[in-house]
Design a protein around this ligand. Structure first.
Ligand code: C2E
Ligand code: CA
Ligand code: CA
Length: 574
């Protein structure tokens, strides 16, 4: 634990500082009290043990300790030694009092900041030296507090980049590397194992960063929650850095759940300013997918391209909304349970970006970017509105209305106005909530489960249907599943994909069907591409199927045409 910031550690002249005077001889304490009492509050201790106890008890208030070296029960040396062992006592300034000149060196080595010879120094000299020691300690602390990241003691972002620029400015003798490291899915580990575990993990990484500095020199910083930056001499073997990290992580609980990712950007020609180097190192770090074994990525052209592409999409987004480039496609879903032939029953609204220069973009190309920077909320609200508008037009054109699912990203679920927004939409477009189904993913509920459950319950009470998307890919326990208010499980398409190759997945699907039955919810199979897959899902009791076997997602007009052919005018669905 780092020491708490002492309020006295500001240079305010108005505050009276407190000094502990520790000496077994009453007369010595009296002399010091007389000299210093006008300027400082004095507390006293008359033996070593009492001294240490008072220091521990009053550490938040003490500005200075004046310590006699020869005291009963515990000598001044022992007190100094004990203070060195305790992190929050290490930085308290101590002036040593003794009559032996030779003791000076030893006490300074033990961390004392100054030395006074008893009875020799003039009162004014004593006061001046006390004042100077306190000021020096306060200044050092102020610098530390502003430079350091509280949790890890590493530099904060501002100072890290200032010092990195200074290092470069002085001219580097060797090529430097920018190294960014972070923890894969840190927020989830934090959720599952608790904040104190998260803090411990971050401190372990900081320790590893300090070890790395011993090998490659340089500077280290923690800039965001779990992102650490190291500016150091070129690392020939990144495996060595990984081993240092693993050594620290190994000591932690849940070590096997922790995976660190390292992004490196080398600068052999020493041309780039540190900020640019680290942008690239961070991009390289983020380019490592969650599900692979590689832990190190070097910045390269393709990452650079990717970064440029992402920046371009963000820059074009506003224009896309205004210029009608964002479209909603509809993928039909068919009832298969108890039917001889699949029956068109509902649809999923899926976003597409008809980009004038880049062509048709699929959501996988832009949703992850917008989820990172928060634009997803605007995109989703746009898609929901457009979906509702299409549905109301079909209604106006006397088409039968099929329920349509919209996708909610986890960011949407944090929106305090989500309920009003969705209710407002269905009312505005004359729809019923049950015609407008909401797809959420398990991970959306991983953070703040209670709040999410309450929110979903309110939506369900208003009549909305809640579907769990990509079921089987998340981390939900069965216990969590019983708490999340659900109407439908959408079985992730990986199960359909594995079906023919893998006997095990057959069993997995029947287990999922049993879970659905136990939860009393319906099931939708995603990614059905073949008749064989359809047959198996149907035989296992799945209610509904969606996939290329039936149809890809269609532009709104095409889907409306499909409705028209499927349900000639006189028939009605609902
Ligand atoms: P998802 O919600 O799991 O949607 C299903 C995805 O699988 C869709 O891809 C769909 O076109 C595709 N798909 C459907 N049937 C098959 C099949 O038989 N085989 C294969 N290989 N794929 C099939 P799409 O439209 O590219 O969407 C990808 C993901 O993007 C969606 O996965 C969803 O998570 C997200 N997404 C799409 N639209 C939105 C949206 O409006 N808002 C948000 N937040 N996310 C969206
Ligand atoms: Ca979906
Ligand atoms: Ca899905």
């Amino acid at each position: 634990m780092r020491p708490m910031k002492r309020h006295l550690f500001n240079r305010s002249k108005d505050i009276r500082r407190t000094i502990l005077v520790a000496d077994d001889e009453e007369i010595n304490r009296q002399i010091l009290k007389r000299n210093l009492g006008r300027f400082y509050d004095i507390i006293e201790a008359s033996d070593g043990q009492e001294t240490l106890e008072r220091i521990r008890r009053s550490k938040g208030e003490l500005s200075l300790i004046m310590l006699d070296l020869n005291m009963p029960r515990m000598t001044g040396y022992e007190v100094l030694e004990a203070m060195q062992q305790e992190e929050d006592l290490q930085r308290l300034p101590v002036i040593v009092l003794t009559s032996e000149k030779e003791a000076e060196i030893e006490s300074l080595q033990l961390g004392a900041v100054d030395f006074l010879e008893k009875g020799r120094d003039m009162p004014e000299v004593v006061v001046a030296r006390v004042q100077r020691s306190i000021e020096l300690a306060e200044d050092t602390q102020i610098i530390r507090d502003t430079e350091d990241d509280e949790l890890t003691g590493l530099y904060n972002r501002k100072f890290f980049f200032e010092y990195a620029a200074l290092m470069r400015g002085r001219g580097l003798e060797q090529p430097m590397d920018a190294v960014a490291l972070n923890v894969d899915r840190f927020h989830i580990l934090n959720e599952i194992y608790g904040r104190s575990f998260g803090d411990e993990l971050l401190r372990a990484l900081a320790q590893a960063a300090r070890q790395a500095l011993k090998v490659w020199g340089g500077l280290a910083s923690r800039t965001e929650a779990d992102t650490f930056l190291i500016y150091c001499r070129h690392i020939e073997d990144p495996g060595q850095l990984l081993r240092i990290l693993e050594e620290e992580i190994r000591r932690l609980e849940h070590a096997s759940a922790i995976r660190v990712r390292i992004g490196i950007c080398s600068d052999p020609l020493q041309e780039m300013p540190p900020e640019h180097l680290f942008d690239r190192a961070v991009s390289a770090c983020h380019s490592i997918p969650g599900n692979v074994t590689e832990q190190v990525a070097y910045y390269n052209e393709s990452i650079h391209e990717r970064q440029r592409f992402e920046q371009r999409l963000v820059a074009d987004f506003q224009r896309a909304l205004a210029g009608d480039e964002i479209k909603v496609y509809f993928q039909p879903q068919f009832h298969i349970h108890g039917e001889d032939r699949p029956v068109l029953a509902s649809a999923e609204a899926l976003v597409r970006w008809e980009h004038p220069e880049l062509g048709l973009l699929s959501p996988d190309q832009f949703i992850p970017i917008f989820e990172k920077n928060g634009l997803i909320r605007r995109l989703d609200q746009y898609v929901w509105r457009r979906t509702a508008r299409h549905m109301s037009e079909w209604k106006k054109n006397d088409q039968p209305i099929l329920p349509v699912s919209i996708n909610l990203s986890r960011v949407d679920l944090f929106d305090d106005e989500l309920e009003e927004r969705l209710i407002g939409l269905v009312e505005e477009f004359g729809l019923k909530p049950e015609e407008y189904m909401l797809e959420i993913t398990e991970s959306a509920c991983a953070v703040d489960m209670d709040q999410m459950v309450a929110k979903l319950n309110r939506l369900r009470d208003r009549g909305f249907v809640i579907e769990m998307d990509d079921f089987g890919t998340g981390y939900s326990s069965l216990n969590a599943l019983t708490e999340i208010p659900l109407d439908v499980l959408k079985v992730d398409m990986k199960f359909a994909r594995q079906l023919t190759a893998d006997e095990q997945s057959h069993k997995m699907i029947s287990i999922i069907m049993e879970i659905a039955e136990w939860l009393s919810v319906e099931t939708i199979a995603e990614g059905i591409e073949t008749e064989e897959q359809l047959r198996i899902f149907k035989s296992l009791g799945c209610d509904t199927a969606q996939g290329y076997y039936f149809s890809k997602a269609l532009p709104a007009e095409k889907f409306e045409q499909m409705l028209r052919t499927y349900f000639p005018k006189e028939e009605s669905v609902c």
